[in-house]
Design a protein around this ligand. Sequence first.
Ligand code: NAD
Ligand code: IPM
Ligand code: MN
Length: 347
Amino acid sequence: ENELNIAVIGGDGIGPEVTAESLKVLRAALPAVNLTAREFNLGASHYLETGEILSDETIAELSGFDAIVLGAVGGDPADKRLAGGLVERGLLLKLRFAFDHAVNLRPTKLHPAVGSPLSAPGEIDFVVVREGTEGPYVGNGGVLKQGTPNEIANELSVNTAVGVERVVRKAFELAVERRGKLTLVHKKNVLVHAGALWQRITDQVAEEFPSVEVDYLHVDAATIFFVTDPSRFDVIVTDNLFGDILTDLAGAVGGGIGLAASANLNVDGSFPSMFEPVHGSAPDIAGTGKADPSAAILSVALLAEHLGHADAAARIRAAVDTEVTNRTEALSTAEIGDAVVALLGQN
Ligand code: NAD
Ligand code: IPM
Ligand code: MN
């Protein structure tokens, strides 16, 4: 209870800048906890220096921590040595798969003081429950007749009953705690095999949660409502790729990607869960102090909540809320972190 061992993978670009602030805030929010944070130097820069992406030894070491805090990984997209998201797949996705991060939780809440690009956003407060270990992310597929005019590139989306059920179940549990509404998002009019599985399992699990109102949207229509009527959403459950796309959009309509937090949850507790902002390494602003650490800070609030420190989580969220409300000028990454820490002290 009073010990917390956290592995920190700052990663690349603004990753280490924002995790430094989130760790500062987590320590301040848990003064009675003996918090040890161990840094792991991993990411695109580390790979370019050493040739190492993520060894089995490192995975084994990481598995012993209570949680992982990740900043962002990935280098300059123009760098040919990193082509094909080598580090994103070999590090970030590998960790999600190795630690069975079935549920990728991505909440969006528009704060009154923060502008949305929508002219009439209404009340935006929803959670995307994104499947984290399957879909087209698994790397199944291949290329035939490579380099010929008849080349065929296949990307296979894997959807297992077990994988779908655990994420759908989590979404229902969340809906019960929230406003009792669940929307399944898929593309079952075209992706008939996977779509039918998602719909059937949703219908089955729904029988155990009679108080939850369930509906369905095709993903293309869902993007319309994200912009025209986001207040209709409470809990959204969807597959890995749809969830990836929808949560960048969610970040944008919810006040900016600098506020979008996420948790990669291992649902049976056999491996550490991992907490990271939705955004990437932002090479365009790395080193300038312009990165907003709020998303990383809200991600450690999810960590605190997950590890049984719900009131620390609430205090972190309240402090971020107040900081965002009070912010009158552009602050640097560290100034925002310091302001949040100072506000925690006042609660
Ligand atoms: P990105 O999220 O890094 O950046 C998109 C835009 O949002 C940029 O203009 C950036 O400046 C801005 N932005 C992002 N975070 C911000 C913050 N905290 N404060 C202020 N502005 C912020 O997406 P990208 O440019 O597509 O990707 C850059 C690299 O990051 C790529 O290598 C990509 O593969 C990788 N990536 C990693 C992760 C991850 O590790 N979880 C997630 C997404 C992208
Ligand atoms: C995210 C990112 C990752 C994803 C990439 C970097 C592999 O975009 O966490 O949203 O697609 O899941
Ligand atoms: Mn993404």
